[in-house]
Design a protein around this ligand. Structure first.
Ligand code: GLY
Length: 302
């Protein structure tokens, strides 16, 4: 049995060479758990470290949208008491997870777009975003080459026959513009048996303006309930269709082992869809993924 512990991931598609960042995040979360901290504070601390790292697709490392300039981010937190805080498609702030935590203290569950950014400013959690990092620029160039050459190598199936020009929704003209990485996430169980999850992402790639993925959708990209806390990573549209996080939670609630529940859920996705999931419960912790994925875990067994 697990007494307390944490699992952290750096997004499906992130190389194992980036495990060091996840280990730092897991260490910080674990220190909080060891000293009696709340699972929510632990997952938030882990998420802030990964948002600030710059390599992962969240916060400072967020992916660019198809105009090569816009960054819109999603972030979410939930605990097993049913407290939820989410921001979606928020621009201009360095740590969306901090804004999501503040949403928990309102009568709302989700704030989006300009309203979310203004809310973050009013709560004093709107340190400015540093702008696109080198990895975001590189990923954008790869997408632009793939779309421009109509090769679609490495792009999701859904983009193959999609008429992007007809649906273009940026101010910059389509004519002027012509990979993948993902979300970060953390799940924790604290000494009091409280479970919590945090997610943060710059989205999948490619993306139109205003697109929202699974990371801020309860039951899809994240879920914390009486039996487990679960975070997903991968192509958001595919994860939303399958309600990944709730499925894993419910399988654990029905007695399935944590790793087996994660494996069965990931196996439900077609081979072409990159996906990963992390989960923690009193019965254990697991990280399962069908592509490379940086991750780390620390726990104290009974
Ligand atoms: N999993 C991140 C996204 O699709 O936005």
């Amino acid at each position: 049995m697990l007494r307390y512990g944490v699992v952290v991931h750096g997004g499906v598609g992130s190389p194992a060479a980036w495990n060091d960042g996840c280990e730092r995040a897991a260490e910080a979360a674990f220190r909080l758990l060891e000293t009696g901290g709340h699972a929510l504070d632990a997952v938030q601390a882990a998420a802030v470290i990964l948002e600030d790292d710059g390599r992962y697709n969240a916060g400072s490392g967020s992916t660019l949208r198809l105009d090569g300039a816009t960054i819109e981010m999603d972030a979410s937190l939930m605990d097993a008491e049913g407290r939820i805080g989410v921001v979606a498609a928020v621009r201009g702030i360095k740590n969306p997870i901090r804004a999501a935590r503040e949403v928990m203290n309102t009568p709302h569950v989700i704030l989006s777009g300009d309203g979310a950014a203004a809310f973050a400013r009013s709560r004093g959690v709107a340190e400015p975003h540093p702008g696109p990092g080198p990895r975001a620029q590189e990923r954008f160039e790869n997408v632009r080459r793939a779309l421009g050459g109509r090769t679609f190598d490495g792009l999701a199936e859904a983009w193959r026959n999609f008429d992007l020009r007809a649906h273009w929704n940026f101010d910059v003209p389509y004519e002027k513009i012509f990979g993948h990485g993902d979300t970060i996430g953390a799940v924790a169980l604290d000494r009091e048996g409280r479970l919590a999850v945090a997610n943060s992402t710059g989205g999948a790639s490619p993306m139109l303006a205003g697109r929202i993925g699974d990371s801020p959708i309860v039951g899809s990209g994240f879920y914390a309930g009486p039996s487990a806390a679960v975070a997903g990573t991968g192509i958001g549209e595919e994860i939303i269709r399958r309600m990944l996080a709730r499925e894993v939670h419910d399988a654990i609630a029905h007695g399935e082992e944590v790793a087996a529940a994660c494996e069965r859920a990931v196996a439900r996705f077609p081979e072409s869809v990159p996906v990963g999931v992390i989960a923690v419960s009193r019965r254990g912790r697991a990280a399962v993924h069908n592509r490379d994925m940086a991750w780390a875990s620390k726990g104290k067994e009974e």
